[in-house]
Structure formats: C-alpha cells, structure tokens
Write a protein that binds this ligand. Structure first.
Ligand code: UDP
Ligand code: MG
Length: 334
C-alpha cells in the first residue's frame, strides 16, 4: 500500500460524500491506484456507517472501521492509524475544513522532498473572535510550556511516512493527543501554511467543554510546568504569608512600627483576614486542581485501557503493530 488516508467521522452524513468526491480523484492523480481511505466511524447515530459501506462497495479502496461507542476525535484518529498500512499516511477531518488540495501539498513534501512529516499550520480560521482568541492562546501556551517543540497553530492535519507512523503507534500511552505525539517523535518535519475555512456541511462536534478537555489533556500530557508552577506558587505564598504574619505580629507588639501608617491593634482587621484567607485558599484550590488534572492522566495510564475498541471492519484492513486499539471482536465485511 502506498498511501493511507485516515478520516475520523462522527455524524458526518452531510459532509462525507463531498469529502470522498473531492479527495478520491486527487488521490488517483497523485498517488496512483495504490491508496486507501480509512473512514473511522466513531459510533455515529446518523447514516455515516451506511455511507461508508456504500462507498466501500463502489470502491474497495475506501475502507472503514466502526468503533463500539463514541470514543471521541483523538481515539478515532488513533484507531485509523492502527489499521493504516500505507508507506505514507495522512490525517484529515471529514468536513472539508482541511482542504484536499492542501492534503496533496503535504503529501508531496513527504513523498518528493524527503521530509518525514509535513503538517498544516492554520494561517486564518473562519471562526468567531472568541474562539480564535482561545485557539491562539492555547497554541502559544503549549508552545511555551511543552517539554518538546510544539508547533503553533498546527492541528492533526498532516502527512507522514511509515517510520513516523510506527513510532507514533509504538508510544504506549492511552491518553493521546496526536499533534503532540507527532511533534514529539521528531525526525525531519516541515510545515505548510493553510487557511481554515468554516464548515459548510454538518455541524461541529466540538463543544466548548470538549475543546477545554482537549486543551487540558494536551497540557497535562506534554508539560510539567503547571505542576511545578503549583509548587512555586505554594512556596511563594508561604514566604509571603510568613512575611505578612511577622510584620503584623511586630506591629501588634510595637505600635510605633506601623505598616503604611496602619496599626493592627486599632481595629480588629477583619478585611485583612478575609482577604488573606480567601487568597490563600484560592491558591490552595488552584494547586489542588492542577494536581487533580495530572492525577486523572496518571490514573488513565495506570489502567492501560486501549484508546478505542473497534467493532466492525469494512474492507481489507490489517491491524498494525500497536496496543492502543482493541480490535479482537471485529467482524470483517467482504
Ligand atoms: N469527530 C469524531 N468523534 C467525535 C467528534 C468529532 O470522530 O466525537 C470527528 C469529526 O467527524 C471530524 C473531526 O473529528 O471529522 C473534527 O471534528 P469537528 O469538525 O466537529 O471539530 P472542529 O473542526 O469544529 O474543531
Ligand atoms: Mg471541523
């Protein structure tokens, strides 16, 4: 197999036909006849699975994996990768927000220019200003905080060769943010700027809550700075409270030494106490929250559950060496 394209699909009955119409001729032209599209049905409740089966009947190179329940975008991509056998592998969304022409540009860089990975960097997004601000902040935060170079404004839309693919699959973690793993494995990487148009078919599956969850998973998966920040914050607050406590005590015992002409003995100082207690307790809860986030990840990794369970395989797909997807009970369709 020369080229495998992995596409996660969740309730994409409106978008899927347009995607296949747009991508198939381009693949025929660029990659010859030897390609496959792996459509991962993330337990859609609409006709997505039917459409995948119909597409497979029309063209056997369009294949599918159907998950046993809705696992989410990242596990769905992971599952597609676990079945991709191409020398070169691509990932794109189903809704044509990742342009098929850009996919070909990414593919060419890997195929002809000797790069191991080529990923798309979003130049412009057609989303609301608040969403745009959140995306921009998130990517810059990750860029600054990640243990390894995390490219700014790059999503999962990318193409890479087999050695990168196998390296990503060999990583044992179950909590997987693909763009992070892809940059973590290294090799020769390059980027291509793209514009990200608005979705024209179907609706987004990412609510604000889901986006926040993805941001937190990225942060806890690839940066230890918040944990250290928590300790630093605790240390800083500790020093500050010691100093403040000492000053107040001194001031209480020796009224001549006022703090900004304030003598604590003059009134009970309720405000100070309330402010102090609230600041300290908010810091404590903040630190506890950060630790909780990391604990969640540790717990998930300890359990060693696979990222997703494949229920049905449509077409000639073989599992690649990896433990991240469970596919034992899959039934194979002709
Ligand atoms: N997706 C998925 N499972 C989910 C949510 C989304 O497989 O639970 C797929 C979806 O079908 C699409 C891609 O992930 O192909 C990106 O989702 P979407 O376009 O809704 O996200 P957005 O582009 O709005 O961030
Ligand atoms: Mg989209």
């Amino acid at each position: 197999m020369h080229f495998s394209l992995v596409v996660p699909c969740y309730n994409e009955e409106d978008a899927l036909p347009h995607l296949l119409d747009a991508v198939t001729p381009l693949l025929d032209r660029e990659a010859g006849a030897d390609w496959e599209i792996i459509l991962v049905n993330d337990a859609s409740s609409d006709r997505t699975l039917d459409l995948i089966m119909q597409a497979h009947t029309r063209d056997a190179r369009i294949r599918g994996v159907s998950l046993s329940r809705n696992f989410g975008h990242q596990p769905a991509v992971t599952c597609g990768l676990a079945f991709a056998s191409g020398e070169i592998v691509g990932i794109m969304d189903c809704d044509l927000q990742d342009a098929p022409e850009a996919l070909i540009a990414l593919y060419r860089r890997v195929r002809h220019d000797g790069y191991d990975v080529c990923f798309a960097v979003r130049r412009r997004r057609q989303s609301g200003w608040l969403m745009e601000l959140c995306y921009k902040t998130f990517y810059r935060l990750m860029h600054g905080l990640s243990e390894h170079p995390w490219p700014v404004d790059a999503g999962d839309f990318s193409v890479f060769n087999r050695r990168v693919h196998l390296a990503i699959l060999a990583l044992p973690e179950t909590v997987r943010v693909l763009r992070g793993l892809r940059s973590w494995v290294g090799f020769r990487q390059c980027e291509i700027p793209v514009d990200r148009p608005a979705r024209t078919h179907g609706k987004t599956k990412y609510s604000w809550l889901r986006l926040l969850a993805l941001a937190l998973t990225s942060l806890t998966g690839f940066s230890y700075v918040p944990l250290r920040l928590a300790s630093l914050l605790g240390l800083g607050m500790g020093c500050f409270s010691l100093l403040l406590g000492g000053l107040f005590l001194f001031n209480r015992l020796f009224p001549k030494f006022t703090i900004l002409s304030y003598w604590i003995g003059a009134n009970p100082g309720t405000t100070t106490v309330i402010l102090y207690v609230s600041i300290v307790s908010s810091m404590l809860f903040f630190c506890l929250g950060i630790m909780g986030e990391y604990l969640v990840v540790m717990l998930k990794e300890l359990k060693r559950r696979p990222a997703a369970v494949a229920q049905l395989i449509i077409g000639d797909l073989r599992p690649q060496p990896s433990q991240v997807v469970l596919s034992a009970p899959a039934s194979v369709q002709p």
